[in-house]
Design a protein around this ligand. Structure first.
Ligand code: AMP
Length: 260
């Protein structure tokens, strides 16, 4: 989904890009991590959130996909290696991910806050994020953990189609384009993501269970985790997210913790 804030997201350009037009100063910026298995709808939620709150949307998956559409000689060996992992559905090694994230550390300082979508995905990445934030004297507001059954995740990923041109996302049954296989916005031919094919999906879900699920406990222990039921329409899930964030906000204000 493309939002009016996409132009702000230097993140997508990969490499040395910087946030050229960060969101304006917000009194209480949200600094969120979106957690959850592939296919739960983190990217869609991030886009809805940024549309309303103007935070920087930082998606490591988007960075790697954008790198994939560059000519090979422009990518550099590390990104070429990352793309190999990605095509198989495996996690990209931590050192490559962390290099990409450090290059984009400017986005973490955005006065409008940020949404980390698909990062961190391992405990090592979460610890590295803690260090990056500490250096910047920043702290996370919350970690939204989207929960959905395995059957529903597989159905969502199998039916997902993307526009290679404008990045709009569709689903063959839940959100079909007006003309089958053609993007409503720009008329390009829709594609299935390489890593949404069944074998890669199996590998991605395994990687999630083994490497990413432990982050739930990691953030729960820090009092940051908000579990959110990811079943339903994007709008319903979004409303649940906002309600949960507001509730936490008012609890913390009552406790005098006041993280937001
Ligand atoms: P996503 O769009 O977030 O599902 O990411 C697509 C793919 O990019 C993943 O299956 C991984 O191969 C790679 N990837 C994205 N973010 C990370 C990360 N934080 N750590 C490791 N691999 C990642």
């Amino acid at each position: 989904m493309k939002t009016k804030h996409d132009h702000r997201t230097a993140w997508l350009k990969t490499g040395i890009s910087r946030c050229m037009a960060p969101p304006g100063q917000t009194k209480q910026p949200y600094r969120l991590v979106l957690l959850g298995a592939p296919g739960v709808g983190k990217g869609t939620q991030a886009a809805l959130f940024c549309e309303e709150f103007g935070a920087c949307h930082l998606s490591t998956g988007d960075v790697f996909r954008a790198a994939g559409s560059l000519p090979e000689e422009e990518r550099g060996p590390a990104l070429n290696r990352a793309l190999e992992y990605m095509r198989r559905g495996e996690l990209v090694p931590d050192e490559i991910v962390l290099e990409v994230v450090s290059e984009q550390a400017d986005c973490l300082r955005c006065p409008g806050g940020f949404l980390l979508d698909g990062f961190p995905r391992t405990i090592a990445q979460a610890k590295a994020l803690d260090e990056l934030l500490e250096q910047e004297h920043l702290s996370l507001t919350s970690v939204a953990d989207y929960e959905l059954s395995r059957e529903k995740i597989i159905a969502r990923l199998a039916g997902r189609r993307i526009c290679p041109n404008c990045k709009a996302t569709y689903h063959v049954t839940n959100h079909p384009p007006r003309v089958e296989g053609v993007c409503d916005n720009c008329g390009a031919k829709l594609q299935q993501r390489e890593d949404d094919k069944p074998e890669a999906v199996r590998v991605r879900l395994q990687a999630y269970e083994k490497k990413t699920r432990p982050l739930i406990e990691y953030y729960k222990k820090r009092g940051l985790l908000i579990p959110i039921n990811a079943d339903g329409t994007p709008e319903q899930v979004y409303q649940r997210t906002i309600a949960a964030l507001r509730q936490i906000q008012s609890c913390r204000a009552g406790d005098g913790v006041g993280r937001l």
